[in-house]
Design a protein around this ligand. Structure first.
Ligand code: AMP
Length: 592
């Protein structure tokens, strides 16, 4: 029975374990530590997860979904083919795939997991994450905030190389869909998160959209008027250009829209112009965290960059300018959060010296109830647990009724920093029966308990009544009954086929289909001939021949991908080398 750490990312997800005194990342069935957070349903109704699904984003957008983490804990429904899914079900499919790959690697069943979530995830989003794990069949030992996981790994890494890790750090975790800022005080074995701030609707996808819009403007196109497939293709190409510009000074974006080729060679300066508005949003979020920690920028010992978007030189330069120092990203920032979940599994298992590390986290937002002076006054926010309180925490406040002989007091629970209650996020509401009082002197004590996983429990009692508590009165609308969970698990198990070999073949097919959707007429013909070649091998059902064809076809597809989606001028050399390799391989094949 194993305990694993899972970084359940917006774009990619990772699995980590603690073994032999250090965290390690487990490879998925396709040999990569990154599993794209993408789900697709194929023509037979099979659920595909990860890389295979990602390839289908362009070729089958109506049957494929990514970034579902952005709608965790909401009522948003995804329509894939004839079925509807909520974000927690899609997350469960992804978790199932990662757990199954982990079991294959570890040779033992995985029953427990530590899962990372953005610090800014609210109660509904955290509950939805736990629900996803239950559908997937694992128990969540702990939810850890992503920046906390990142700093946990960094501290472990520093300790390992005997660097001096004590001091105040700021962690900038900028992923595909969220920006989380944490201020962390590290002293000896204690890692104390002192303040957090964030935006769970700001991430790498906003840069992609900004580039796609800029590209359309340069080519006199209207993004909104494009059909769904073309939009997806454009966003795909925009992301590729954005990534290329992290390594090269120019990158070419070339998009085939209904037979017409549109092209622009981007420079870093043009990327900066296109993305200026997105960058501008970072500053106030960092300021919030620094103010929340009641420190000055000079007290910050180091800026730790985490998440894929921090790889962008324009992001690093912007943050360097904000902090007036040179800020760069480590090579393995994609893996920081994943590794951090692995370190936490070591702490939970109380393994060796790691067991001495203590980490405290904070509540990322204020929690309270709405109160009124009288029936006609606006509802004000009465904070029970203030933002940045250290977790776990339990606090109470007493509220009076508004009128004599009142039989019941109703409460709305809000999260947020605004003075007017309804400007904050309404989490839930509840009511408690009270003993009516002629003078209206009813008094109800409301207690909020916020646990180490960032989950809220609410209890209340009538101070004039018998000593009875109403506990855990949140309605948890996203919760499902045991039988509903079992039903969803059965559907998942019946429709997910995770055999390694078949998945490789599906990945090749999905890749070819994506290229077919992106190619112009001439290249489409070449892609079709590759698909036919591979289909013939599959029909012959000879494992050795399939493996060999798969290798050849992979090289051909890589070459076609570079031809169809080439971004910078180094690609020309790679294409020539690949073409030479393919010709050699084909000659060998023909000789046999
Ligand atoms: P994460 O959620 O941390 O996996 O980050 C995913 C985001 O990082 C996506 O929006 C990616 O496009 C972006 N990303 C990943 N690698 C790079 C790179 N080399 N340059 C720019 N953005 C990147």
């Amino acid at each position: 029975m194993a305990l694993i750490g899972i970084d359940l990312g917006t774009t990619n997800s990772l699995v980590a374990v603690w073994e032999d005194g250090h965290p390690s990342l487990l490879k998925n069935s396709l040999g990569s530590v990154l599993t794209p957070s993408v789900i697709s349903i194929n023509d037979d109704g099979n659920i595909l997860a990860g890389e295979v699904a990602k390839q289908r984003l362009v070729s089958h957008p109506g049957l494929t979904v990514s970034e579902f983490k952005r709608t965790m804990g909401t009522d948003y429904i995804y329509h894939l083919g004839s079925r509807q899914y909520r974000s927690e079900e899609l997350s469960a499919f992804l978790l199932k795939k990662m757990i199954s790959d982990a079991e294959e690697q570890l040779g033992t069943p995985v029953t427990e997991a530590v899962i990372s979530v953005p610090a800014y995830f609210d109660d509904n989003q955290r509950e939805a994450t736990k629900l996803a794990a239950r559908i997937a069949g694992v128990e969540v030992k702990r939810l850890i905030n992503e920046p906390s996981a990142a700093i946990l790994y960094r501290q472990w890494k520093m300790r390992d190389i005997e660097a001096e890790p004590d001091g105040i750090y700021i962690v900038v975790d900028f992923g595909g869909g969220t920006l989380d800022i944490s201020i962390v005080d590290c002293f000896e074995n204690i890692i104390e998160i002192v303040a957090v701030s964030g935006d769970n609707k700001l991430g790498g996808k906003d840069f992609d959209k900004a580039v796609a819009l800029d590209f359309c403007e340069r080519n006199n196109l209207s993004f909104e008027a494009l059909d769904n497939n073309t939009k997806h293709n454009l966003l795909w190409c925009a992301e590729e250009v954005k990534r290329s510009l992290s390594d090269s000074s120019t990158a070419s974006m070339r998009v085939n829209i209904h037979g017409t080729i549109y092209e622009h060679v981007y420079t870093e300066g043009e990327l900066l112009d296109a993305c200026a508005k997105v960058l501008g949003k970072i500053k106030s979020i960092i300021n919030n965290a620094v103010n929340g920690a009641k420190i000055s920028v000079d007290e910050i010992m180091d800026v730790v960059l985490v998440g894929g978007s921090c790889k962008m030189p324009i992001v690093q330069k912007y943050i360097s300018a904000l902090f007036k120092r040179n800020v760069t990203a480590d090579d393995d920032i994609d893996n920081y959060v994943g590794y951090g979940t692995g370190v936490l599994t070591g702490i939970i298992r109380r393994d060796g010296y790691i067991r001495d590390i203590v980490m405290t986290d904070v509540c990322p937002f204020s929690l309270g109830v709405g109160t009124r002076m009288n029936d006609s006054s606006p509802e004000y926010m009465s904070v029970i647990i203030p933002k940045n309180s250290i977790l776990p925490i339990s606090k109470s406040a007493t509220y009076a009724g508004l009128t004599p002989f009142q039989k019941r007091l109703g409460f709305k629970i809000y999260q947020g920093e605004e003075m007017l209650a309804n400007a904050n996020l309404l989490l839930d509401s509840f009511g408690i029966d009270v003993i009516p009082d002629a003078n209206g002197d009813t008094a109800v004590e409301v207690t909020f308990t916020y646990d180490i996983n960032g989950l809220l429990e609410v209890s209340a009692r009538d101070l004039n009544g018998p000593l009875t508590f109403e506990k855990n009165i949140l309605s948890k609308s996203s919760q499902l009954s045991e039988s509903e969970i079992a039903g969803k698990r059965a559907y998942m198990n019946n429709n997910m086929h995770l055999e390694k070999d078949k998945e490789e073949n599906r990945r090749i097919m999905a890749w070819a289909q994506r290229l077919h959707a992106q190619a112009d007429t001439e290249d489409k013909v070449r892609v079709i001939s590759i698909i036919k070649d591979f289909s013939t091998a599959l029909e012959n059902n000879n494992p050795a021949q399939i493996a060999r064809t798969r290798k050849r076809v992979s090289q051909q597809l890589l070459c076609m991908d570079l031809i169809i989606n080439h971004h910078n001028f180094d690609d020309e050399d790679i294409i020539r080398k690949l073409q030479a390799d393919i010709a050699k391989e084909q000659a060998e094949y023909a000789d046999e």
